[in-house]
Structure formats: C-alpha cells, structure tokens
Design a protein. Structure first.
Length: 143
C-alpha cells in the first residue's frame, strides 16, 4: 500500500527547491563570469572565485546540482532524492575542505565572517534534507 503524501513533504520540497535554486543561480553566474553578478564583489574576491581548480569546480557542481536534483526528486516522491542529497553532501564536504584548508586563502580576511556562517547554515540544511529524505523513504512516501 502506498503512503499518502504528507503536506510537510510539499512544504519542505518547495522551500528546499527555492533555497537550492539560489545555489544554482550563484553557480551559473560565477561560472559564466556574469559581470553584473560579479560586480558585487571586490577584485580580490572575484579573483578568488575565478581561481578555483577544475576538480574543485566539479565538487562544487555536485554539491549545488545534487541539492537541486534532490529537491526536485523529493517533490516527485522519488527515492532517488536520498542519493541526490548524499551526492550534494559529498560535494559540500570536498568544497568546504578546499575552501578552508587547501585554497591557501584566508577567507575570513577576504570576506569577513560570512563564509563561515553561510557554510554552517548550508551544512545544517544539507544534512537535514538528507535525513528528511531518508525518513520519507523509510516511511514509504518516496518510491
């Protein structure tokens, strides 16, 4: 017997899609070097964003697009949302490690406390979405 779709799935799914779409927007604007978007950053901050090694950009893409896909799959009630959110978490883990330990850039000096706070928020949301999707799959809501 198929579980009825709970209202909270639609609420979580739509909010997560809106949240993760901002990450997709940021990724596209940065990757395409959109002048209007990058104008809000200092020359040093732009140089930092544009200096990412290719392998790091791959993990950034996995983090961003895995989260967007997870949100869409959640709304579609697909069990594959769990996998997509797990891929997103992997991308976030590697990107975070690079940003704070391998980049050689003092992000606190370059950006202030924003990257640290934003990363903490993103980690909490990413883990929560993965756990939520797993719970919905266990409850038979995702198929």
């Amino acid at each position: 017997m198929e579980a009825k779709t709970p209202m909270h799935l639609w609420i979580v799914g739509v909010i997560s899609l809106l949240w993760n779409s901002f990450g997709g927007y940021d990724y596209v604007m940065t990757q395409t070097e959109n002048a209007d978007y990058l104008a809000m950053f200092t020359p040093e901050q732009k140089a930092y964003f544009l200096s990412f090694p290719t392998w790091m950009e791959v993990f950034w893409a996995l983090g961003v697009w895995g989260a967007v896909a997870g949100s869409v799959l959640l709304l579609m009630r697909s069990r594959h949302a769990v996998t997509a959110f797990a891929v997103s978490l992997l991308g976030l883990a590697v990107s975070t490690f690079w940003q704070f330990f391998l980049s050689g850039v003092d992000t606190a000096a370059l950006f202030g406390p924003v990257p640290l706070v934003m990363n903490a928020v993103i980690w909490v949301i990413c883990i929560a979405l993965l756990l939520y999707a797993r719970r919905q799959m266990a409850n038979g809501v995702l198929r």
